[in-house]
Write a protein that binds this ligand. Structure first.
Ligand SMILES: CC(C)(COP(=O)(O)OP(=O)(O)OC[C@H]1O[C@@H](n2cnc3c(N)ncnc32)[C@H](O)[C@@H]1OP(=O)(O)O)[C@@H](O)C(=O)NCCC(=O)NCCS
Length: 176
């Protein structure tokens, strides 16, 4: 990863962060990523999503990490969902791992995932779970030691309305 890229766990998500996170989300959906949203992907939808996530961060339900370039522009993000049912306090979910197309294939995704795993462990999590509809992401998770569980067909829709499968992964976290 370029030295100029910094990964930051956002303690507070203000207007500047919401703009940057929305830019990344819009770019990924327009690029065809299956990450909850359909086309057309408006700025209003993206901003409403991140406003709601900002409140969730404030409530301590999730961690949102951002990768920023030397100028402070957000080029990628990943979320760790901490809030789980009372019988799964040790589990977290990884969601919304997104890297802007112009910042891909430089190691930002791997750095975000590693930082998310460290943050989850620090928050007391020892098991992480995620699902993905992206072959690029699948390779990345497998390389980083995640265990592939299997695939569910027709799980979601791509932004253009085509059905797509999702693949589930988990990783046990250990300190040291
Ligand atoms: C999946 C995603 C987050 C990966 O982000 P990324 O920043 O490109 O990830 P990395 O750079 O760490 O790795 C991607 C590839 O670049 C390669 N790479 C990393 N650094 C490199 C470098 N300096 N030079 C050349 N290649 C490099 C990696 O080996 C990897 O190769 P592979 O595709 O052959 O496996 C990104 O593609 C994305 O946002 N996709 C859309 C959203 C999505 O589907 N997210 C998953 C939801 S769970």
């Amino acid at each position: 990863m370029p030295e100029a890229i910094q990964i930051r766990c956002l303690q507070f998500i203000g207007d500047r962060e919401i703009q940057g996170l929305s830019d990344v989300l819009i770019d990924c959906v327009e690029g065809g990523a299956s990450v909850s949203f359909m086309l057309p992907m408006s700025r209003a939808k993206a901003e409403a999503y991140w406003h709601s996530m900002a409140k969730s961060v404030t409530r301590g339900e999730r961690l949102v990490l951002a990768a920023e370039d030397a100028g402070g522009t957000i080029v990628g993000t990943v979320t760790v969902i901490l809030a789980q049912p009372e019988n799964q306090p040790h589990r977290g979910d990884i969601a919304k791992m997104l890297v802007h197309r112009r910042a891909r294939r430089q190691g930002v995704g791997v750095a975000l995932l590693a930082a998310a795993e460290r943050s989850a462990l620090s928050a007391g999590k020892t098991l992480l779970v995620l699902d993905t509809a992206s072959d690029d992401a699948e390779r990345l998770y497998a390389r980083q030691g995640w265990q592939r569980c299997g695939q569910i067909p027709n799980y979601a829709l791509l932004p253009n309305g085509m059905p797509c499968a999702t693949t589930f992964f988990f990783k046990l976290l250990h300190s040291g």
